[in-house]
Design a protein around this ligand. Structure first.
Ligand code: HEM
Length: 361
């Protein structure tokens, strides 16, 4: 058997030079040694692969039609063997991806890893962030229950308020005057074709750029100290990545077991007692829009579009504005303060939206 394996290895090696490939993949030097702080990017790739696997399994049963989407999702939950678990894993996996994308962004921001020569990695990363959020938004509609229907209706109405492109975007996504079959078809195609393709292409580019620039490494230590601690990607960083992936996998499985997906009533054009609400990771924005200054048409545009767009533009411009080579976060007070304010702001707004929901219920 070993001889056969060796023959297969030699056959492939002769054709694609496995040794050079292995040297490139595994022997990449990590300046300053392996760290837990570097696991988030690999964990994101792992979550995405698991989302693709569970998503394909769900597609074997799910029917993307306004007449059958709800019933087919109920069928997955109640009739298909372990269907409830696969659906719940996919549901919690999307939340895990959002949490990890925030963790990864925070790590590269606090480590100053967006600075020269890593501007392009940062910009492609921002596009990946948009894709992760768009996955959440488009996936939410697919079960076609009241929660799905009304969260999407509110989301598309908010989008409609964007000047110039808003009307086109909202009409394109809805595909008609009210959410219906065309909306579901379009969300489905975007969720299972457009976004996965875009994510795979951009993640490939992200990694290519990362490999070209090399890891930024720690923000403290002299070049001599860093050189002395430098390690290869394999085995220490690989093991840290695997342990983090296993921890995330077990957490998602536990959440799927403890809190499996339960649908509300089938979607209908009357919300009844239901108070429309987006997924938890959009709640902070939803809560912000409840503030008096964001009331009215202009206020909604300001809160839902202008401020988030300005914030994203600021993030995109960051590596070009911040030209200082200083990466130590303890010597970058504005960066540390801004990150803390944004994180506390998001946390406080999310918690107050949840408290508000308990009150409304
Ligand atoms: C689906 C989303 C993403 C995936 C799969 C991904 C994946 C990765 C991976 C595997 C690495 C290599 C090492 C590491 O983990 O630090 C990396 C590095 C990096 N990523 Fe991402 N990333 C994503 C999103 C983002 C976002 C949203 C940003 C920021 C806006 C970003 C910015 C960066 C930067 C600047 C580096 C270089 C870090 C360094 O040199 O230390 N990435 N990413």
């Amino acid at each position: 058997m070993n001889a056969l394996l060796q023959k297969v290895y030699d056959f492939v090696d002769e054709r694609i030079d496995l040794k050079t490939l292995e040297a490139k993949m595994m022997k990449e030097p990590i300046k300053g040694g392996s760290r837990w702080a570097y696991v988030f990017g690999s964990v994101l790739l792992f979550i995405f692969i698991m989302q693709a696997v569970t998503g394909v399994l769900l597609m074997f049963y799910y029917i993307p039609s306004a007449d059958h989407a709800y019933a087919s999702t109920q069928f997955i939950i109640h009739e298909v063997d372990y269907g409830w678990f696969i659906l719940s894993y996919h549901f919690w996996g999307s939340s895990a991806m959002v949490v990890m994308v925030f963790a990864h962004m925070s790590q590269v921001f606090l480590w100053g890893a967006y600075k020269t020569p890593r501007e392009m990695i940062w910009l492609v990363g921002l596009a990946l962030f948009g894709i992760v959020m768009a996955f959440g938004f488009t996936g939410y509609l697919l079960p076609w229950d009241q929660r799905a229907y009304w969260a999407t209706t509110v989301g598309v109405e908010i989008m409609d308020k964007t000047p110039v492109v808003g009307d086109f975007l909202a009409r394109f996504l809805k595909g008609g005057p009210t959410p219906g079959q065309m909306t579901l078809s379009r969300f489905f195609v975007i969720h299972v074709m457009v976004l996965p393709g875009a994510l795979m292409g951009l993640a490939g580019l992200h990694l290519f750029l990362f490999r070209s620039a090399g890891p930024a490494g720690p923000f403290r230590g002299t070049p001599e100290e860093l050189k002395a601690k430098t390690d290869f990607f394999f085995p220490r960083q690989v093991w840290k990545d695997i342990v983090a992936m296993a921890a995330v996998f077990l957490t998602i499985c536990s959440l799927a077991l403890i809190e499996p997906v339960v649908l509300l009533e089938e979607a209908k054009p009357d919300p009844g007692d239901y108070h429309p609400e987006p997924e938890w990771y959009f709640l902070f924005l939803f809560q912000l829009l409840r503030w008096k200054i964001f009331a009215g048409e202009f206020g909604q545009f300001l809160g839902a579009t202008a401020i988030p767009a300005a914030f994203m533009l600021l993030l995109a411009a960051l590596p070009f504005i911040d030209r200082s080579p200083e990466r130590n976060i303890f010597k970058r007070p504005i960066a540390l303060l801004s990150w803390t304010v944004v994180m506390i702001g998001i946390l406080v707004l999310t918690v107050s939206a949840i408290i508000n929901r308990e009150f409304l219920d």
